[in-house]
Design a protein around this ligand. Structure first.
Ligand SMILES: [Zn+2]
Length: 112
């Protein structure tokens, strides 16, 4: 009975959960988001809502529409890199890691 938008809902919930963790730790907010993170959140939600592929989409990596502006992509990457490993629930993380793939996060290298 999972509706057509179950996946999108889950992605939205996932990204929200991550932004909340990130904002709480990095920006010392409690239960709400700072204006910056709020903006990122609505941006990410809007992108998901407008994604022309919706349920048919594979991962953002393979998506022909590169819908994130570079600056927003960087912010989302930051959030995911920070909050991803700190997520305490499992299943959405899988979807999330597709998304992370899509954003091509690289592991930080040691030394430089
Ligand atoms: Zn914040």
């Amino acid at each position: 009975m999972s509706g057509k938008h179950a996946r999108l809902m889950r992605e939205k919930n996932t990204i929200r959960a991550m932004i909340v963790i990130y904002c709480r730790d990095k920006h010392a907010t409690k239960g709400s988001l700072c204006p910056n993170c709020e903006e990122l959140m609505s941006y990410a939600k809007a992108r998901l809502t407008k994604c022309p592929f919706q349920e048919a989409k594979t991962t953002c990596a393979k998506c022909p529409v590169h819908c994130y502006k570079p600056v927003m992509r960087d912010k989302v990457k930051d959030v995911m890199r920070y909050a991803g490993p700190r997520m305490t629930f499992k299943h959405p993380v899988l979807a999330l890691f597709h998304f992370v793939d899509g954003l091509r996060i690289r592991k930080p290298r040691k030394g430089r």
